[in-house]
Design a protein around this ligand. Structure first.
Ligand code: 4NP
Length: 149
C-alpha cells in the first residue's frame, strides 16, 4: 500500500498525518509507503511547523525528518490512495486528475471516521490551540484506515 497525505502547505496537517500513519504502520509490522505533499509550493523544502513537531513529539512521533514538497500530477501514479485534509485540497487535487482511475484514489481522510459527511480537518495554521485537536482526529482516522485494509 502506498499512501500520500495532502494539505495546503505541507507543514501543519499532512506532516502529522504522515508521521502518525508511519508510526502505526511500523507498530503493525507492515511494509507501506507513506508520504505527504501540499497543493501549494510556498513552504517547499521547509521543516514541518514547530507546533506540529511539538504535538507529534508529545505523543511519541518524530516528524523532524520531513521536508515540505508540492503535490504533482505524477503522484497519482506513485500512490494507491491520496488522502486530502479538506474539501479545498480535494478540489485542487482532483483538478489535476487525468482520468477516473486517478479520481478514485482521492478521498477525504475524515471519511474514515465520518463517512459521507464531507468533513474537513481544520487548518490550525492561525490557531495555536488547534494542533491538539487535529492530532486527535488524524490519529483516529489512521487507526480506522489500518483496520480497514
Ligand atoms: P497546512 O497549513 O495546509 O496544514 O500545512 C497551512 C500552512 C501554511 C499556510 C496555510 C496552511 N500558509 O498560508 O502559508
Amino acid at each position: 500500500m502506498r499512501i500520500l497525505m495532502v494539505c495546503l502547505g505541507n507543514i501543519c496537517r499532512s506532516p502529522l498525518a504522515e508521521g502518525i500513519l508511519k508510526h502505526k504502520v511500523r507498530q503493525n509490522g507492515l511494509d507501506w509507503t507513506v508520504d505527504s505533499a501540499g497543493t501549494g509550493s510556498w513552504h517547499a523544502g521547509e521543516l514541518p511547523d514547530r507546533r506540529s513537531i511539538a504535538v507529534a513529539r508529545k505523543y511519541g512521533v518524530d516528524i523532524t525528518d520531513q521536508r515540505a514538497r508540492q503535490f504533482q500530477a505524477a503522484d497519482f501514479d506513485r500512490f494507491d490512495q491520496i488522502l486530502v485534509m479538506d474539501t479545498q485540497n480535494q478540489r485542487d487535487v482532483l483538478r489535476q486528475a487525468q482520468h477516473d482511475e486517478h479520481r478514485a484514489k482521492v478521498q477525504l481522510i475524515l471519511d474514515f471516521i465520518y463517512p459521507g459527511q464531507d468533513r474537513s480537518v481544520p487548518d490550525p495554521y492561525y490557531d495555536d490551540n488547534g494542533f491538539e485537536e487535529v492530532f486527535g482526529m488524524l490519529d483516529a482516522a489512521c487507526d480506522k484506515l489500518l483496520k480497514q485494509q
